[in-house]
Structures are given as C-alpha cells and as structure tokens.
Design a protein around this ligand. Structure first.
Ligand code: AMP
Length: 442
C-alpha cells in the first residue's frame, strides 16, 4: 500500500523509456497530418480499421516471422492473468490480416482497402527517430494480385506526401520475388556467402541460417563491400515475377512517380513478396526511413485465411512529423486566440460572456478566469503568443462596447460589441503573413 498520508515529497514518476508525451501545439500538427491521411485515403476508397493494440503473440510469430528482429528481440510480450501469451502490436499489417479473416472480409467486394492510424510497440534501443512506442499511419489493399494495385497504392502514398507539401522525396523500389524466386536466390546467396562466413558479423552468420536475405540489409561497411560481388536477386526472378515488377514500373512511369531502383532493399519482415519499397528523408540521421511497405501475398494464409494477395505500407508518423515541411506545419497550428479581460471591478463572468459570444461566432477566445491586473493580463497574452487582448471596463460595459488592444503595436480602439467578431476575423485574414514572427516564439 502507498503511504498516502506522508508529507515527504514523492519521487516523480517518469515516463517509460523510449516513449514520449506529445503536447500542444505539436499535437495540432499531428491531428492535421492524420486528418490529411484520412482525406487522401478516403479519396482512394480506403476505410479506417481499428484493431486491438493487444493480440495473441502467435499472430506475430506466424505473421511477421520467427526469424525477424521484431519477433526475435523486440516484442512487448507478457502473460496475462488468464495465462495467455499476449503482445503489444509491433506493427499492424498482421493485425489487419487477422481482422480480415476473422470478420469474413473475403466476402466483401474485392479488393478490400483499409487504413489505420495508431501506436506500435517495439523494444528497440531508443535514439533520435526510434522509440519504443511510435505511431504508424498505414494502408492495406487486400484481394488483388495485379501490378496496377501496387502502383495505385504508391500513387496514393505519393499523393499523401504531396498533400503534406513534401517535395523531392524518392521512392526506393525493389522486388523480392515470389516464393519460387526467393528460394532460388536464397540458395545462390548462401552458396556465395558460406565460404566467406568468417568475415561476417555474428548477426549475419546467424541470419545465414535463418534469414539470409536480411544480410543484404547490413549497415556494416565491410559487409557491404563483401556483398558487392554477391549474386543479384533480379537474376533469380521467375518470368512472372519479372513481368509483375516491370508492369508496376510502367504504371509509375506513366504517372510520373519518381523512384529509384535499389536491389539491396529487402525490408525486415518475412511476409513480403514481389514489390517492396521504402521512402527515406534527409535530416533524420541514421533512422531515415519514413515509409516502408510492399506486397505480402502469403500473409493471409499464414494467419489462417484462404490464400489472398495483399499490399500495403506503414508510414512512421513520428519521423514524418520530424521532417514535415514548415509550410504545412504552420498552417496546421491553431489560430491564436484573443484574451478577454475585465478591468477594475467588472465581474469576471462578463469576460466569460464576451468569450462565449466570440466562440459562438466561431472564433477562438480565452477569458481571464481569475482576477488579474490589466498589466498582468497583457503579459500573459504576450507569453501565450496572442495578438489581441479585449478589455471590458465599467465604461465599455455600460456603452455596449469593447476595447481591442493590438499587442504588436500597442494601439487600441473601442468597438461596438457586435463589430468585434468581424473585426478580429478580418485582422486574422489580413495578418497571416505576419505569422513568421509568431512562429519563432513557439
Ligand atoms: P516497419 O514496420 O519496420 O516496416 O516500419 C515502417 C516505418 O515505421 C519505418 O519506416 C519508420 O518510419 C517507422 N518505424 C519503425 N520502427 C520505428 C521506431 N522504433 N520508432 C519510430 N519509428 C519507427
């Protein structure tokens, strides 16, 4: 039991390592990014899916793959009071696949298009851009195997990033082939690496047995050099896999999507087949991937459904927002409110009454809720980054007027109460170029 009566100051409780508190005004930017995702995705016929954050551990073991880093070392897994092994989802595609099967979405008109927005959990070493709780915005297209689906999904992704005002991002594109191509390539790669085993890191030696393709992902310079002479996956592709990839590229070319082929791109998850892609952004340091995705034609059957093709992506929202273009961020920030204050012994609820009138007219407004001197109200408004303070003294009240003080110039005018909302609206519209100055104070 806690010693609630004790006078000793309690030790402050800190947030869990690798998690973050998101605070205003940043949360307004998050909300705007999420609203933009909904808007763009819905234009492409995607509907939102919300799956539980908790899943049976087995879902990820089977869906993501036992040999992956995620399942091998990064999951938040625990036994609940009923003795079940549960896991905080480390990603959402496996959950969406489970929900698709469990809710009979195979019966829906195909393809089924779903998007999600939510937290994911991975026990990774925290650093800039890498958290233990992070957020993903993702989309999945289920039920269509064709290359047009791959291309349409990428077009939607590019559209979304464009709506956030990103420019100059390039999609890194590759194909990892289907089961048959991959099996053939795995053999080739192992044949090449086996004699050089001693030169590999411990991790890569282990992967040679469990998941050799992942070695291509290595960050080690020495291993990268070693891999330069390695066989290439593209040479092991079946003709169907090759045609699929060429068709995807053809559509992307037609729509002017800029991409770069990267034949080392394999992605860390087991379920990918054929098309895989990633988008990286400058300015993020080592953790520079903001989007990852690809086709996963074997996943639905892996979690117990009928064979169903799928393709999707996951955007790392934390990183995306870290490098969000300033123009979008600025527009997303809430319009600064005005502060309504009373003067002298005018009752405080008169300030509240005026604030309510402004709010009813659709304007953001703050009312002084405690008695303060005009000087202190002005100081507070300044710290809050507000442009105007509205003052209600006994005079104004009697005359049905308000004194509007412009904090940047110090000018003040008295207006009829009915005019205040219109005046503030027109000042806000005319004043938007000034936002630069406000920006710096934030
Ligand atoms: P993945 O699910 O591993 O394909 O990751 C998709 C995207 O999620 C990555 O490109 C990152 O932007 C983001 N992401 C993955 N892991 C983390 C993490 N630990 N912290 C922050 N973002 C992450």
């Amino acid at each position: 039991m806690s010693n609630a009566g004790s006078k000793r100051a309690a030790q402050p409780i800190r947030r869990v390592k690798g998690t973050r508190d998101l605070l205003p005004p940043d949360t307004a930017v998050w909300a705007a990014v999420e609203a933009t995702a909904r808007q763009v995705f819905e234009r492409y016929g995607y509907g939102e899916v919300r799956t539980p954050i908790l899943e049976e551990t087995e879902l990820f073991v089977r869906g993501v793959g036992e040999a992956t880093d995620i399942v091998g070392k990064e999951m938040y897994t625990f036994t609940d009071k009923g003795g079940r092994s549960l896991t905080l989802r480390p990603e959402s595609t496996a959950s969406v696949a489970r929900a698709y099967v469990e809710n009979g979405l195979q019966q829906w008109p195909s393809p089924v298009k779903l998007f999600y927005i939510g937290p994911q959990f991975r026990y990774e070493r925290p650093q800039k851009g890498r958290y233990r709780q992070f957020f993903q915005i993702g989309a999945e297209l289920l039920g269509d195997p064709g290359p047009i689906s791959d291309a349409e999904l990428l077009l939607m992704l590019v559209d979304f990033l464009g709506a956030l005002e990103f420019t100059g991002l390039t999609v890194l594109l590759n194909t990892v082939g289907g089961e048959e191509s991959r099996e053939a390539y795995r053999r080739e790669l192992v044949r090449f690496l086996e004699p050089k085993k001693d030169l590999l890191s411990e991790d890569s030696r282990r992967r040679l047995d469990t998941n050799p393709l992942r070695i291509l992902d290595t960050k080690s310079r020495a291993e990268r050099e070693l891999l330069e002479g390695a066989p290439r996956l593209v040479d092991s592709l079946t003709s169907e896999d090759r045609e699929h990839f060429e068709a995807v590229r053809g559509v992307l070319d037609r729509f002017g999507v800029s991409y770069r082929l990267d034949d080392r791109l394999v992605r860390g998850l087991d379920y990918y087949t054929r098309t895989v892609f990633e988008i990286t952004a400058a300015g993020l340091g080592a953790q520079d991937a903001i989007v990852g995705g690809g086709r996963y034609d074997g996943l639905i059957s892996e979690v117990g459904g009928a064979e169903t093709p799928g393709i999707g992506f996951a955007i790392g929202a934390d990183r995306l927002i870290d490098v969000l273009p300033e123009s979008f961020r600025r527009r997303a920030l809430p319009a600064p409110a005005v502060l309504v204050a009373t003067v002298g012994d005018v009752p405080l609820d008169e300030a509240l009454a005026l604030a309510q009138e402004l709010r009813a007219a659709g304007l953001p407004a703050l009312a002084e809720l405690a008695r303060r001197s005009v000087k202190n109200s002005l100081k507070r408004a300044d710290r809050l980054g507000l442009a105007h303070v509205l003052l209600l003294g006994a005079d104004e009240l009697a005359a049905g007027e308000v004194t509007v003080k412009d904090l940047s110039t110090g000018d003040q005018v008295r207006l009829g109460r009915a005019e205040v909302a219109d005046r503030l609206r027109s000042v806000a519209a005319a004043g938007s170029p000034d936002q630069d100055d406000e920006e710096e104070e934030r």
